[in-house]
Design a protein around this ligand. Structure first.
Ligand code: 11C
Length: 343
């Protein structure tokens, strides 16, 4: 077993990380960190745990540490980070320099040239950037990122389509309130409303997608040439981001071919990957958050409602935003780091 720590363990994604890591066959939770206000408290005292799932007994009495190298248990080699991006930007480089390997969900540094942004089934080869990172920064550890949850929901479906030559992608999202953090879940304060332009999501989807589908040439990732434009919206759903995608391809493609390509798209062979990553629907049926977010224990992407457009295809895709889109994505990347010998 590998001893791991969770940075930012009391937040919404930190809680999901605990749920996924507590029963994990290869990882053992040894350290939980949070803000200075929580340091020194037991996890049970520090975390405002979401009401719909029980807190695992094994973490209730762990003393929460401050997020700094000296406070992390000596045996820990791998850190899962769900820190607020400003804190991540400050402490993650220091921790990588101190020798920790960090699988981070925080949004800082995702587009940095030497930081691998990874979805294992899509671009595991980008892990080679860690060698560039270690050479250039002199780190003993490493920093690896998973993308934003709305990006993860769409990119596996685009990866399946790339064989037809992706020219242009337009996407409009309907994003769950849990993406906005814990208070969104409890208050549902946007009932009877929908909020467009949420927190820079558009820009993240546009840039991260091109990096994920880009080519690693041994020294850098060359961004994919496709043009991506996104419109992101918050709706009153608790969990599960739904996205409407228009993908234009240089080759002609039928809705049937698109559906077949997605359902044949391979999952990564890692403990947290379900056997089939992309679930597609028969005929005109389509994914919906309440019905489909928990497919593959929350790790599947669902896609459906395929129809032909002038330039390619239109479809809808969906994934559980705090599991497949955040904590689960970080765990998958941790598994990849272990499998590829980076720990
Ligand atoms: C949301 N996707 O639903 C966001 C939350 O870049 O990891 C996660 C932000 C990020 O609002």
């Amino acid at each position: 077993m590998v001893d791991v720590g969770i940075l930012g363990a009391t937040g919404a994604v930190g809680q999901r990380l605990i749920q996924l890591l507590e029963p994990h066959p290869e990882f053992d939770i040894a350290t939980l960190t949070a803000s200075p206000a929580s340091a020194g408290k037991t996890y049970k005292e520090a975390a405002k745990w979401r009401a719909d799932t029980p807190m695992p007994d094994s973490v209730t009495d762990i003393e929460v540490a401050a997020t700094e190298p000296d406070a992390i248990d000596d045996d820990v080699t791998l850190l899962f980070s769900s820190l607020p991006s400003g804190v991540g930007a400050e402490v993650e480089p220091d921790l990588a320099e101190a020798g920790y390997v960090i699988s981070s969900n925080s949004s800082n540094a995702r587009m940095a040239d030497d930081v691998p942004l990874i979805i294992p089934e899509v671009n595991a080869d980008h892990l080679g950037l860690i060698d560039v990172q270690r050479d250039e920064r002199g780190w003993d550890g490493a920093l690896l990122k998973n993308p934003n949850c709305s990006t993860i929901t769409m990119v596996p479906t685009l990866a399946a389509l790339d064989q037809y030559g992706l020219d242009s992608v337009r996407v409009s999202t309907l994003q769950a309130v849990s993406g906005a953090g814990y208070s969104g879940v409890t208050s549902m304060e946007i009932i009877d409303n929908a909020i467009p332009h949420i927190g820079g999501e558009e820009q993240k989807m546009e840039s991260e997608s091109r990096k994920l589908l880009g080519e690693f040439n041994g020294a850098e990732v060359v961004l994919h040439s496709m043009d991506v434009a996104a419109s992101c919206n918050r709706i009153p759903t608790i969990d599960g981001h739904l996205e409407n995608v228009w993908a234009d391809t240089s080759d002609d493609v039928t809705p049937e071919e698109v559906s077949a390509a997605m359902s044949a798209y391979p999952s990564a062979t890692l403990p947290s990957s379900p056997e089939r990553l992309i679930h597609t629907f028969e005929e005109l049926d389509r994914p919906q958050p309440r019905l489909d977010r928990n497919r593959g224990d929350g790790m599947a992407v669902s896609a459906g409602g395929f129809r032909r457009t002038e330039g390619g295809v239109q479809y809808n895709c969906l994934a559980h935003n705090t599991i497949r889109g955040a904590a689960g994505a970080s765990v998958l990347n941790g598994e990849l780091l272990l499998e590829e010998g980076y720990l």
